[in-house]
Design a protein around this ligand. Structure first.
Ligand code: GLU
Ligand code: MG
Length: 449
């Protein structure tokens, strides 16, 4: 409890600073198993109380589906029970595009103070700690892709710009908007690496500097909500959904990762493929082995499989390769004198995923690869849709769910309550969208994420 008292006093100081900056409310978020960021907000004057006692919230959200309907699972579900949300004050951020607001992610605890078994953020931290226990450290970062549409909910959507893919025209068309996205992220101390138009109509991407696994997941929430808030101020609607309309390139949320021992990046300077170390190779081979099951976390909704089509750079084949954009796992070496640059990118994931589940589960899979001393298969090149010879990842959520349910590794890592709640949510979404035409699945989800 001493820890809580310390947090209370830190929160009191933080609240005084927030008040001086005219911040009236603090949004406290977590991400549910369907990938929706849920929130409780407190007035700035209650932040210290929240840090000491937590804020109440039902555990039922862990079995919510993307349409806000609920299922049940063995350990979680139903109207009873209450949790306490504790803000992580180290991440407290004044929101640049929501004047008067600040934000912090939360860890969720039981009433009597023990960690809540299905807290996804603490799961990610446990997995990061498991790596630390072996003297390993992960650096991770999510790319954020989104599509801008005219506001007012036009159906079908009208895109917020008309310039070509990767075209400077789009930067000219939405010059003030993109500047405001950059300004807001910078004001929030988020280090932006790149921002650019993407392939699909109205699509953009921003990438930010890597951080520790929990930090990367926090950032993916903060970046997304910042983009959303700036979009609203420019009268634009935004979609982070896997697809806005089926039949084209969708929104991915690729996960970049590098493995470190002390100050050494294990993705380079070794004797393995393209200079990776044995440890890095085993870690990546572990991720590749688990990928069909991981897809149930990283591509968690039927709409995800409308995005996961060959020849769209979504990485639908269970293979890896150097700068291979059709492989699920793309290895990047970077410049020879840029030690931090070598990394691997998991391409098949999208932003319907809970980023805490993704980072935690990828670490669990990688560490198991280390335990088993796995080696990577030969690298792939080109488009397997043309060259053939590569295994396709699951093509439906139902298929990914079968792999997930068989994964003892993920069950052990997640623990039964969280594992079973996730499985129930996945089965619920399979059923929810069963028999629906792709365009109806897209329409039902494009404004949800
Ligand atoms: N939008 C593509 C996807 O669905 C990714 C494009 C890229 O490689 O950045 O994942
Ligand atoms: Mg991209």
């Amino acid at each position: 409890m001493q820890e809580r008292e310390r947090a209370e006093s830190a929160a009191r100081q933080a609240a005084a600073q927030l008040t001086a900056q005219d911040v009236r409310g603090v949004a406290l978020t977590w991400v549910d198993n369907a990938g929706i960021s849920r929130v409780k907000a407190v007035p700035t004057s209650r932040l210290a109380h929240a840090a000491r006692r937590g804020v109440g919230a039902s555990p039922c959200f862990d079995v919510y589906l993307v349409d806000d309907s609920a299922v049940t699972s063995r350990h979680i579900g139903g109207p009873d029970g209450d949790l306490r949300l504790f803000p992580d004050l180290d991440r407290l951020t004044v929101l640049a595009a929501q004047p008067g607001w600040a934000w912090a992610p939360v860890d969720r605890y039981e009433q009597h103070g023990v960690p809540y078994a299905a807290c996804q953020r603490q799961f990610a931290r446990r997995m990061a700690d498991a790596a630390t226990a072996r003297g390993l450290r992960l650096r991770m970062g999510f790319e954020t892709e989104w599509v801008v549409m005219h506001a007012n909910g036009h159906e079908p959507p009208r895109y917020g710009c008309s310039g070509p893919a990767y075209g400077m025209t789009r930067v000219v068309e939405l010059s003030d908007y993109l500047r405001d996205v950059l300004d807001a992220l910078t004001a929030q101390q988020v280090e932006v690496l790149q921002i650019h138009p993407e392939y699909s109509p109205g699509q953009f991407e921003v990438s930010v500097a890597p951080s520790d696994p929990v930090g990367a997941a926090d950032l993916s929430v903060l970046v997304r909500e910042t983009v959303r808030a700036v979009s609203r101020r420019h009268d634009l609607d935004v979609s982070f959904a896997p697809v806005v309309e089926p039949g084209g390139v969708g929104n991915g949320a690729h996960l970049h990762l590098s493995l470190w021992r002390d100050e050494r990046n294990l993705c380079r300077g070794g004797d393995g493929p393209y200079g990776m170390t044995d440890e890095c190779e085993s870690f990546l081979a572990g991720v590749l082995r688990e990928l069909p099951a991981l897809l149930a976390l990283g591509a968690p909704t039927p709409a995800s499989y409308l995005r996961l089509e060959p020849s769209r750079w979504a990485g639908v084949y269970r293979c890896w390769g150097l700068e291979a954009r059709e492989a699920a796992l793309r290895f990047v070496t970077g410049a020879p004198d840029d030690t931090g640059a070598a990394n691997a990118e998991v391409k098949c994931f999208d932003a319907a995923a809970n980023p805490y589940l993704v980072t935690g589960a990828v670490i669990a899979a990688g560490l198991a690869g280390l335990d088993d001393g796995l080696r990577l298969p030969p690298p792939a090149a080109g488009d397997p849709a043309v060259t053939g010879g590569q295994e396709r990842l699951p093509t439906s959520l139902a298929e990914a769910l079968e792999h997930f349910e068989r994964s003892e590794l993920l069950r052990r890592a997640l623990g039964d309550p969280l594992f079973e709640a996730i499985a129930a949510v996945r089965a619920g979404e399979v059923k929810l969208f069963e028999g629906l035409a792709p365009k109806d699945v897209a329409a039902a989800t494009r404004r949800r994420y």
